[in-house]
Design a protein around this ligand. Structure first.
Ligand code: PHE
Length: 347
């Protein structure tokens, strides 16, 4: 090849360089860049062709063109590499911009469920009694005849057993009819003063209607110490109901019979639906019967090895469902165990 050819070839190299750099600068896509690289540096490219033919040049020309062509090759390879990195970086940058999480947006909160009204109100009642100095003891749901009946002064064959429609198991155990089943255990286990409330599910084998359920939540309470009087009982219950209903509540005691208390009776509350004026719910009396209570029978104390000449106390038991029905104006006790979410979600 003549020297003139070298000049042309050097000019060709220049042109290859400017052309390539021009195009690289404009490309935004990795695939396009890859194609361009094949065109500029690949086996069939002008540059490769020039490099291939260098061997036919004389020594001087070989040196000059060879070094320029190789430099250009390295130079362009670097350019391609750099551009590849740029495109990749931009891509990542876009992803982080497009997919970024805006932590200043308000969150979407899915409804996760609510606490069942019975549980909510049980906590509320427990809290009130706790602040009055009562501890909370939970009842066994299944117990024996001895604790459910005998220790609360209802021996076998006692006619009062008929007052509780009882579910018996085949081996003679009982789905507790009341949480008085825990009285003897609590009175035997501790030294007075004894103050405890006993929540627990209780069971009655009876037909259900708007006011009666076979399963309900009873809260029993006992208080035993020296010198505890009937007035202490009335004061304790009035305080509890006033706290529970968040208004001053009047209570009415009327005598009734339970074998484990003497005197025993029922407590009624001012009907909060009519404020005591008389309505259909309170049968025009202005009062609603809400719990059984009384002074603990001496025999019950004796069975727990407490001397009735030294100690006295009172006990009560009420159904939590009844209280919630009054507080939230619920017309049917069966809602509580219906599993009806529409009902439950209101609380
Ligand atoms: N255990 C009684 C019932 O279930 C309620 C009660 C408890 C009455 C304590 C008096 C004293 O009917």
């Amino acid at each position: 090849m003549a020297n003139k050819d070298i000049k042309t070839l050097l000019a060709d190299l220049d042109k290859i360089e400017t052309d390539a750099k021009d195009k690289i600068a404009k490309i935004q896509d990795l695939k396009d860049l890859e194609d361009l690289k094949t065109k500029v540096l690949g086996r069939k490219s002008k540059l490769t062709n020039i490099l291939k033919n260098i061997k036919n040049l004389d020594k001087e020309a070989k040196k000059e063109l060879g070094s320029s062509a190789n430099k250009l090759r390295v130079n362009l390879t670097n350019e391609f590499e750099q551009k590849t990195k740029n495109i990749q970086f931009k891509k990542l940058e876009n992803i982080s911009k497009e997919e970024a999480i805006d932590i200043t947006l308000p969150g979407k909160v899915n409804r996760q469920g609510t606490i069942h009204p019975l549980t909510q109100m049980l906590h509320r009642a427990e809290d009130i009694f706790y602040r009055m100095g009562f501890e909370v003891v939970y009842a066994n749901e299944v117990d024996d005849d001895y604790h459910n009946f005998q220790t609360v002064n209802i021996p076998e064959g006692h006619p009062a057993r008929d007052s509780w429609d009882t579910f018996w198991t085949k081996d003679g155990h009982i789905a507790i009819t009341h949480t008085s089943s825990m009285q003897n255990r609590i009175l035997s286990a501790k030294e007075p003063p004894i103050r405890a409330v006993v929540p627990g599910r209780s069971f009655r084998n009876e037909a259900t209607d708007a006011r009666h359920e076979h399963t309900f939540t009873q809260i029993e309470g006992i208080y035993v110490d020296k010198g505890i009087t009937f007035a202490d009982m009335l004061g304790t219950l009035k305080t509890f109901f006033s706290e529970f209903f968040e208004q001053d509540m009047d209570i009415l005691f009327s005598p009734d019979f339970f074998p484990f208390v003497e005197p025993g009776g029922m407590i009624s509350l001012t009907c909060i639906l009519c404020n005591g004026d008389g309505c259909d719910v309170c049968k025009k009396t202005g009062w609603l019967e809400i719990l059984g209570c009384g002074m603990i029978h001496p025999k019950v104390l004796e069975m727990a090895k407490l001397d009735p000449n030294v100690y006295s106390g009172f006990a009560w038991g009420f159904g939590l469902e009844r209280l919630i029905m009054l507080k939230s104006n619920i017309e049917d006790v069966r809602h509580f165990f219906s599993g009806n979410l529409k009902f439950i979600r209101q609380f």
